[in-house]
Design a protein around this ligand. Structure first.
Ligand code: PLP
Length: 397
């Protein structure tokens, strides 16, 4: 009568959503101000002023039938040119507008790219901890997901495990830096070693292996950390970008896929991207959002707020005796659970009204994710609860 698989996906809401819903229920019981919800990655910093100013200006000045009309499926030429110019100026690349395909955010960029690449029997390598939707998107496209655990100490890629996981069926590898859920940024050293392995394996198997760089958090980095631009390190790199987090507009849905000329058979891959977008029914990215791009590309929400939150939490967690992975970017911290079962730890945290996400959801047991895209005041109010929780486990700073 209906698809069991789709029923299963719809009926079983994600753990993150469940915690978020629990938070709403609890807030109704004891007051929003008494709940410390660190469960969800919704930007807490407003969009830069230029976003709303540009939207207002477009509404006042642009022909409404164009502003709200269909664009070409690949996206408005002016928007694609603005992105190419910005990237070329920032990273010294030589992209052209026709290397870009505008999308409804990173989730669409990923599903379209997966569908564009996947043939029967293909595998895609994912590094854990991972964004859980990767598995859903990959399986729907027909990929067999192969999960490779990151190095437990650094949360960088475990290069030996990676090399062993590559087979003749490996079509693509997904990287996400800065990372959700760990906040870790892939170092240049890791990138160089990872791409050397990929080049070697391409030669060995005599076929391309695509590196898909999922980068909604690219601009959210702190203390001058740089995020290597992967197309410069490996020819077969396809970028799946989103403005959701850099411009704080995740509900508006805008992003892109970049297929550089250096990608093997790039023209055909680009056409396959167009075909996948078409078959998935995307039609075009939201036109209003496309038209803000020339003025907003390269602008970023005020990341100093996230940095302040990160520093507050890292310093406090370290003082209380918790172990934290070095978080250079995004707005997530990955805290080692003081007991083996991270779910049990999260249940204990709930006693103090702290809502955290167990890392089992990210295919990497034994940790919890703390999303610090929240108000600084909430963090300050929550710290004594974290301290009590640490004391309950007998941790010492
Ligand atoms: N990839 C990662 C790693 C994410 O964390 C998210 C959203 O949180 C997405 C993709 C999806 O982003 P978007 O809202 O742009 O679809």
């Amino acid at each position: 009568m209906f698809s069991e698989k789709m029923y299963e996906l719809g009926a079983k809401s994600s753990v993150i959503r469940e915690i978020f819903e629990y938070g709403k229920k609890r807030a109704a019981e004891i007051g929003k101000e008494n709940i410390f919800d660190f469960s969800i990655g919704n930007p807490s910093v407003p969009a830069p002023a230029v976003v709303n100013e540009t939207i207002k200006e477009l509404i006042d000045t642009m022909d409404s039938t164009v502003l709200h009309g269909y664009t070409s499926a690949i996206g408005d030429e002016g928007a694609r040119k603005a992105i190419a110019d910005y990237l070329n100026e920032t990273y010294g690349t030589a992209f052209k507008p026709n290397n870009f395909y505008l999308t409804c955010g990173a989730a669409a960029s990923l599903t379209i790219t997966f569908n564009a690449l996947c043939e029967k029997g293909d595998e895609v390598i994912l590094f854990a901890p991972l964004f859980p939707e990767y598995i859903v998107f990959a399986e729907k496209a027909g990929f067999k997901p192969v999960v490779v655990m990151c190095d437990e100490n650094t949360l960088q890629i475990d290069l030996d495990a990676f090399e062993k996981a590559i087979t003749a069926n490996t079509k693509a590898v997904v990287v996400n830096s800065p990372n959700n859920p760990s906040g870790v940024v892939l170092s240049e050293e890791t990138v160089l070693k990872m791409t050397a392995i990929l080049n070697r394996k391409q030669q060995e198997y005599g076929k391309p292996i695509f590196l898909i760089s999922d980068e909604p958090y690219r601009e959210l980095v702190y203390d001058g950390v740089t995020v290597p631009y992967l197309t410069k390190y490996y020819d077969n790199t396809i970028v799946c970008y989103s403005f959701s987090k850099s411009l704080s507009l995740p509900g508006d849905r805008i992003g892109y896929i970049l297929v550089p000329d250096e990608v093997c058979e790039s023209g055909k891959i680009y056409k396959a991207v167009c075909g996948a977008g078409r078959s998935l029914g995307y039609v075009c990215a939201p036109s209003l959002l496309q038209f803000i791009i020339p003025k907003c590309v390269g602008k970023t929400s005020d990341v100093s707020v996230y940095k302040k939150n990160r520093d507050l939490l890292v310093n406090a967690f370290t003082e209380y005796g918790f172990q934290v992975a070095k978080p250079d970017g995004a707005f997530y911290l990955f805290l080692k659970s003081p007991e083996k079962d991270a779910g049990a730890f999260c249940e204990r945290a709930k006693k103090y009204e702290l809502l955290l996400v167990p890392s089992d959801s990210f295919c990497f047991p034994g940790y919890v994710r703390v999303a610090y895209c929240v108000s600084t005041e909430m963090i300050e109010k929550a710290l004594p609860s974290f301290q009590k929780l640490a004391e309950e486990y007998g941790l010492k700073g």
